[in-house]
Design a protein around this ligand. Structure first.
Ligand SMILES: [Zn+2]
Length: 317
């Protein structure tokens, strides 16, 4: 039943030990914060590459390209003056840039283009914006549009943290490319989900960080989005609370329960998005037999390890 693992799954064995198993493309966690975690534990836990969605751009730029996990990153959070996450203990000043003007001219203090350019100069692969209605400040639509336009000019997609009434809509109105979390603070209506799908918007899952009604909303929003053809990416917000370093089976179980199953679940884990996410030279190897039904896939994925491609021999049967 290897078909239910998607088109790239193959029976394989380790060249040195002869151990049999299944190989898949390398896995990506599309939402982490490297400054808050022990990243070295990730490859042993099956994660080869990460997307950092909020950190110190200078520190991230100094990171070696050879380090595992491979990292693509946003650099700093772009937000309104006083906006989320300014002042949070986990978001030191180096990780936040306040944007106070719609200016798309380079070098204007507080300007949209200035903030985008700084992240570009630090080799960012995406631009992260925070839209939190409950904070003292929140980016208005014209400023958000200026950030999106500046990012587009420089070839980068924009990822938004949306939280609070109306914030998903604002991200849609500005044409934001991806949401850092499945919307959890509001039910997203069918028309808005249709707009998100038509826009080609990607939703990074982060279902397992919630409980109670926020989890219910996120699960149903994601299920509706996925059923409508929306692109779902696996992401855990690693660094936010206590999550396992590596594959998070609770996140996979939640995705499966929301209808992101089988080949779709594998696609969410292996999507090379954004462009800067590099997984060259490594694959995923899971020892033992393939699961016998798609219900068994999340727990089976707990056995994933990152393995150099040259250590794997494919068995054609
Ligand atoms: Zn986060």
């Amino acid at each position: 039943m290897i078909e239910m693992l998607g088109p790239d799954a193959r029976f394989a064995r380790r060249a040195l030990t002869g151990e049999h198993g299944v190989s898949l493309p390398a896995f990506v966690d599309h939402h982490v914060h490297l400054h808050l975690i022990d990243e070295h534990a990730l490859p042993a836990g099956g994660i080869a590459a990460v997307l950092d969605l909020g950190g110190d751009p200078t520190a991230l730029a100094r990171r070696s390209r050879e380090t595992m996990p491979h990292a693509a990153y946003a650099g700093a959070f772009l937000t309104a003056p006083g906006g989320y996450p300014s002042g949070k203990s986990w978001a030191p000043a180096a990780t936040v840039r306040e944007v106070s003007s719609t200016s798309r001219h380079p070098g204007v203090p507080g300007g949209a283009a200035t903030a985008v350019d700084e992240q570009v100069s630090c080799a960012a692969s995406v631009i992260k914006v925070a839209l939190h209605a409950g904070a003292p400040g929140v980016l208005d639509l014209p400023t958000l549009e200026a950030i999106v336009a500046s990012a587009r000019e420089r070839g980068l997609p924009v990822v938004a943290h949306v939280e609070g009434e109306g914030m998903t809509r604002r991200a849609l109105d500005a044409g934001v490319d991806a949401l850092a979390h499945t919307p959890f603070s509001e039910w997203v209506d069918g028309a808005s989900i249709a707009r998100a799908v038509a826009l080609g918007q990607r939703w990074i899952s982060t279902l397992a960080i919630h409980d109670g009604v926020e989890r219910e909303r996120a699960m149903l929003n994601l299920e509706t989005f996925a059923r409508a053809g929306g692109h779902v990416l696996y992401g855990t917000d690693l660094g936010n609370g206590e999550r396992p370093a590596g594959i998070d089976v609770a996140e996979l179980e939640a995705l499966h329960a929301a209808g992101v199953r089988g080949p779709s679940l594998i696609a969410a884990l292996t999507a090379a998005w954004p462009g800067g996410v590099a997984t060259r030279g490594v694959a995923t190897f899971i020892p033992g037999p393939a699961p016998s039904s798609d219900d068994g896939i999340p727990a089976w994925l707990a056995g994933a390890t990152v393995t150099p491609i040259e250590e794997l021999v494919h068995d054609d049967h």
